[in-house]
Design a protein around this ligand. Structure first.
Ligand code: ZN
Length: 335
């Protein structure tokens, strides 16, 4: 972990269960020698693979933090063959503030990877993950949901990585989660993602998008929590019993064209025309934009340029030009 300023009392190699924190220096006007504490739990059941689980990468997505706080309380070393490292709130200042981005430096944790040890707090945390935590892990899970801005059908996500064997393992682990969809996506909102860096290092990497639209419900939380336990069982780390078998296997879908991500052509109020799960044909409007400053002008239709199923749409009606308002996916088959 070259040059990190982050310190922890956690000994990752020690067998047993440790609940602690990563102390990240954060000097402020009111406290010159302050540290921001990022909670971390390590449950080490002896020799075996390591899983690294993250929630709260974005602060306004609460399914991951709650599922992982509960997991950290419940998991015991005797249940494991290997090690589970749990960071329930990677961007804990943002979780506490209810914001997607860090309130301390304004940065997006999921655009900060691999990070730098001399960066502001978000980049320092990303660097610690990249240099200290990733090298220990075979399996990396980063739990997201739509937060304030988006609403998703619950899905386990990944990029289409170039290594076929890695891709096959990631899809198999994604299927084991028990969510209705395994969703293969491409980056249309920038690079520097935590899962992207883990994938690049060859880890079996799973992201998720678990519902949201600022809502937090029992059904989606059950998919989130159950999925983490299932994936740990699938990886052979949690050896209490076999993974649950989903009544309906996940559908593997992909949004592999840039045009599958439909951006607002103008600013205004986005009126959606379809609910999640609807099939949209190319040329069909997914909604329309009402211009606040031209209230009596005809609304501008937002047209699909590809055909596919609506897996997500914008949740907050007020929209700026260039915001993603809908994402379309099609069935995907891994050859
Ligand atoms: Zn997110």
């Amino acid at each position: 972990m070259s040059g990190t300023q982050i310190v922890t009392e956690i000994d990752y190699d020690r067998p047993g269960k440790q609940l602690g924190a990563l102390a990240v220096p954060q000097s402020t006007n009111s406290s010159g020698w302050r540290s921001e504490l990022i909670p971390i739990a390590v449950v080490n059941g002896g020799p075996g693979p390591t899983a690294l689980l993250f929630g709260g990468n974005h602060g306004d997505e609460y399914e991951g933090p709650v599922a992982l706080m509960k997991l950290a309380r419940a998991l015991e070393p005797a249940q494991l063959r290997g090690r589970v490292i749990i960071v329930p709130m990677l961007n804990s200042p943002a979780v506490a503030a209810g914001t997607r981005l860090s309130p301390l430096d304004g940065k997006n944790m999921n655009r900060a990877f691999p990070g730098r040890p001399d960066d502001t707090i978000t980049g320092m945390i990303a660097h610690y993950v990249s240099s200290a935590l990733f090298p220990m892990a075979e399996l990396v899970v980063d739990i997201h949901s739509g937060g304030r801005s988006a609403h998703f059908l619950p899905s386990v996500n990944m990029h289409h990585v170039p290594d076929d064997e890695q891709m096959r393992k990631m899809v198999a682990a994604g299927m084991a989660w028990g969510a209705p969809y395994v969703f293969i996506y491409r980056d249309v909102g920038g690079v520097g993602l935590l899962p992207g860096e883990a994938e690049r290092l060859g880890k079996v990497t799973l992201g998720t998008e678990m519902g949201s639209a600022s809502q937090f419900g029992a059904e989606v939380l059950a998919i989130t929590e159950g999925g983490v336990w299932n994936v740990l069982r699938h990886a052979g780390i949690l050896v209490d019993r076999a993974p649950d078998t989903a009544a309906t296997p996940a559908q593997v879908v992909a949004a592999d064209q840039y045009d599958d991500y439909i951006m607002a052509p103008t600013s205004g109020i986005f009126e959606p025309f379809a609910e999640l799960g609807a099939w949209i044909e190319a040329g069909q409007p997914v909604g329309q934009m009402h211009a606040i400053e031209q209230p009596f002008a005809a609304p501008l239709p937002v047209l699909a340029r590809t055909s596919g199923m609506l897996i997500s749409r914008r949740a907050f009606p007020l929209t700026r030009q260039g915001d993603c308002v809908a994402t379309l996916v099609r069935p995907f088959r891994l050859d």
